[in-house]
Design a protein. Structure first.
Length: 455
């Protein structure tokens, strides 16, 4: 049974509603925390495709995409502050069928991002404990942080805020360490190994710099004042991440060339999930205290995103269950902790299955496919709701409408098409997941729900 929304689209208290405990600073911390692992790993996998110039170009495109998308997403998030995020917005705009598709795309993004991050956590820790398989650490991360999210959102958010602050400070220290070693000659070495077309192929890894910032919307139902605090959280979080992403990319590759932060050992074809330690090793050596500090605090940066996305993913899955579009147990809240415990456990099982493949690049790409489809549907929902439901209260309105959301919509669609061309295997897996989800929708969701229209 779902709680009925009030006049502002906020769910009233009831047996399936979440506790409101999050203030503006915590929301900023969650927004940065969801994403900050993108600065610590993943982006470097785009360098063999694009080089430094191509990766920088792809990152600038991704920055424009997210700057415009976040502004549009903040409008609908404040208008309909519920845990389902894009699922709620698209359902309200277009009805259950497209709403379910948006919810499924969002679920794919949030459930496939954590296993990639868990693999990076394992890789970072294996630098300090080389005798242990990185997969053991990755599985351990799932067990520990799924449990922490079940314990309660207040404890989860406080922990997330703490590790996010440490991760941001560590990136500032990293930039300070790398800056003296930066040279334009190293940054410009082999800058376009496959020409400018490589920038298109690198888009998933540039998007990884910012992926999941929209998870802020999924904790809207737990914000003390979502209409006031969500736009601030989105804006300040994105500004923080843009500065960190550009600085990390330029300084990490400008000390010893981009190959030094991709291949480990040097000269091999083995791509690493720990580019920042490789960069520091090239700049000051592996025996320097800053190298050890980066490895330890770098794990905390990865943990911040891993833990935060688990939090957002649990809410996304919970909302599908609460609405009747996924098995009913997924929409239940633990009576003691008031958290979506069953949804969190289900997501962890899917993540562990993906984790077992050890295919970091493919897992990232599938997550990005889900994100881009969700972004496109969310911006389309914004346009539709502006026309069809002008009576809804909009505490925040996207500036420069309709141009801002139009840019986000166009870039999302173009990036989807470009990625489909350059990543056919991952695209096929993504389409397979959409097909499985759609089969469930038409076979098991009651017709009364499938054909319902929101008002």
């Amino acid at each position: 049974m779902s709680a009925a929304p009030d006049a502002h689209g906020t769910a009233k208290a009831g047996p399936t509603t979440l506790a409101r405990t999050l203030g503006p600073l915590m929301i900023w911390g969650l927004g940065v925390g969801y994403v900050i692992s993108g600065e610590y790993f993943g982006w470097n996998l785009g360098l063999p495709l694009a080089g430094t110039y191509g990766m920088l170009a792809a990152t600038l495109v991704a920055t424009v995409l997210y700057a415009t998308f976040v502004l549009g997403y903040a409008e609908v998030a404040c208008m309909l502050p519920q845990a389902g995020g894009a699922f709620v917005y698209a359902s309200r705009a277009f009805g259950p069928k497209l709403g379910f598709l948006a919810g499924l795309a969002q679920w794919i993004e949030f459930v496939f991002a954590p296993p990639a991050i868990a693999l990076a956590i394992g890789t970072y820790l294996s630098l300090k404990f080389p005798g242990l398989d990185a997969l053991y650490f990755a599985v351990g991360a799932y067990l520990v942080f799924t449990t922490l999210n079940i314990v309660g959102v207040s404890a989860s958010a406080k922990f997330e805020f703490f590790v996010t602050i440490l991760a941001v400070l560590e990136l500032v220290v990293f930039c300070g360490v790398m800056a003296p070693s930066f040279t334009w000659a190293k940054f410009s070495a082999n800058p376009l190994p496959h020409g400018w077309s490589g920038a298109v192929d690198a888009l998933p890894f540039a998007i990884w710099f910012y992926l999941a910032i929209e998870g802020i919307a999924n904790i809207a139902e737990e914000a003390k004042n979502p209409q006031r605090d969500l736009p601030r959280g989105f804006g300040f979080a994105l500004l923080t991440l843009v500065v960190l992403a550009i600085a990390t990319l330029i300084l990490a590759t400008g000390a010893a060339g981009w190959e030094a932060v991709v291949y480990d050992p040097p000269g091999s074809e083995t791509m690493s999930d720990s580019p920042l330690p490789l960069a520091v090793k090239a700049a000051v050596g592996p025996d320097h205290i800053l190298y050890d500090m980066l490895v330890v605090v770098g794990v905390l940066g990865l943990v911040a995103s891993f833990h935060g996305i688990l939090l957002a993913a649990g809410r996304a899955t919970f909302e599908l269950g609460r609405a009747g579009f996924a098995p009913a147990p997924l929409g239940r809240i633990h009576p003691a902790t008031r958290t979506p415990a069953i949804a969190l456990v289900f997501n962890a099982l899917v993540g562990l299955l993906a984790l077992s493949t050890r295919e970091t690049g493919t897992i990232i790409t599938i997550s990005v496919f889900g994100a881009l489809l969700m972004y496109a549907l969310s911006m389309a929902s914004l346009f539709k709701l502006r026309r069809s439901q002008p009576h809804l209260e909009r505490p925040f309105r996207v500036p420069f409408y309709p141009y801002t959301p139009a840019v986000a919509l166009l870039l999302s669609v173009l990036a989807l098409l470009a990625m489909g061309r350059s990543n056919p295997m991952a695209a096929g897996l993504f389409l397979g997941l959409l097909a499985l989800g759609s089969a469930y929708f038409y076979l098991f969701v009651p017709a009364a729900l499938r054909d319902r229209r929101e008002t």
